[in-house]
Write a protein that binds this ligand. Structure first.
Ligand SMILES: *[C@@H]1O[C@H](CO)[C@@H](O)[C@H](O)[C@H]1NC(C)=O
Ligand SMILES: [Zn+2]
Length: 320
């Protein structure tokens, strides 16, 4: 009897320790869903935005608060899944987003982090018309007037968390990104416990593309377990740019636990399940019109040729 108890205790210790140590990984996404989280929910993120199927809503406007102020209090962590910057200053002076796109309520920044790929054509979580970008930045905000903390806002699942997503392309060097690139470089091999409080100032506006007016909005979830739903996603249409050497800082980032590269830390595309994606701008009608015209003119020409060949041949036939 005592032996049986010892075995049971040993086995439960083993299960508990493996549960803690294993955590979750991007290579095993189908096992994210379990009874306690929402990873198999019906409003999951990320999604592929089909610009031919978005709903134009001309009233959508995004406004920035303190995005042009230097970010003073924050800490940076290599958490094994990403490089994350947590805002540690007082809420009142935190950068924030608002505007009609958020029903004019103020959403304060809690943290931001990146997703990236091992090559140019993969990396971002969201896609536009099937196209991925090498890097996607997530700026996570919450409605502090409604909830004290980000985790309480998440638990409420009531639209009190909004993530602003920004794509990056590899083009020319971006001087405004250099501070962030340096920090990523410093934390490439750091453990989660070695998070660093940095003194260099970051200005969030430098992380945004020139045009931050063209955006998409939809309701989704966290893209990592527990995949909590009830988030308002705002996706900027125009990508920002970084240089090749700046992008390469990402490629050197490793998960200290496994010793493996973090690159390709993106979740696979989730089904839309009838959700509506809105856009603040009219989809590219010129392109759309051109495609339609090209298709219809091809059909007309083909029909005309068939018609001509029948009509053109039959008089000849009737003459003979
Ligand atoms: C457009 O967005 C506004 C602001 O969020 C919202 O109140 C309105 O219902 C939206 N319009 C449509 C047609 O969905
Ligand atoms: Zn993210």
């Amino acid at each position: 009897m005592a032996k049986l108890f010892a075995i049971i205790i040993l086995l439960s210790c083993y299960y508990i320790s493996t549960a803690i140590a294993s955590d979750w990984s991007y290579s095993d996404q189908q096992s994210w869903a379990n009874g306690e989280n929402q990873c198999d929910g019906s409003s999951q993120s990320p999604i592929d935005i089909n610009t031919q199927e978005v709903y134009y809503n001309g009233t959508l406007k995004l406004d920035f608060i303190n995005y042009d102020h230097p970010l003073i209090s924050y800490k940076v962590t290599n958490n094994g899944h990403s490089i994350q910057f947590d805002y540690t200053g007082d809420v009142g002076s935190a950068p924030a987003i608002t505007g009609t796109v958020l029903n004019n309520e103020i959403f304060r920044l809690a943290q931001f982090h990146f997703h990236w790929g091992s090559a140019k054509h993969i990396g971002s979580e969201h896609k536009i018309n099937g196209r991925a970008f090498p890097v996607e930045l997530h700026l996570v905000h919450y409605n502090h007037a409604k909830h004290d903390t980000l985790s309480k806002a998440l638990e409420a699942r009531d639209g009190s968390v909004s993530v602003l997503a920004v794509f990056f392309e590899i083009k020319k060097m971006n001087p405004g990104f250099e501070v962030v690139a340096d920090m990523i470089d410093k934390l490439q091999e750091a453990t989660p416990e070695q998070s660093q409080f940095m003194r260099e100032t970051i200005t969030l506006q430098n992380l945004l593309p020139k045009n931050s007016e063209k955006l998409y909005r939809y309701h989704g979830s966290l893209t990592t377990p527990p995949c909590t739903e009830g988030l308002v996603w705002l996706i900027l249409n125009q990508p920002n740019e970084i240089g090749r050497s700046q992008f390469e800082k990402f490629l050197g980032v490793i998960d200290s636990h496994s010793g493996e590269k973090i690159a390709n830390n993106f979740r696979k595309i989730q089904p839309l399940n009838g959700r509506k994606v809105e856009s603040s701008f009219k989809p590219d009608m010129v392109n759309k019109g051109f495609v339609h015209m090209a298709t219809s003119s091809t059909i007309i020409v083909s029909l005309l040729m068939i018609f001509l060949s029948i009509v053109g041949i039959s008089p000849l036939l009737s003459i003979q």
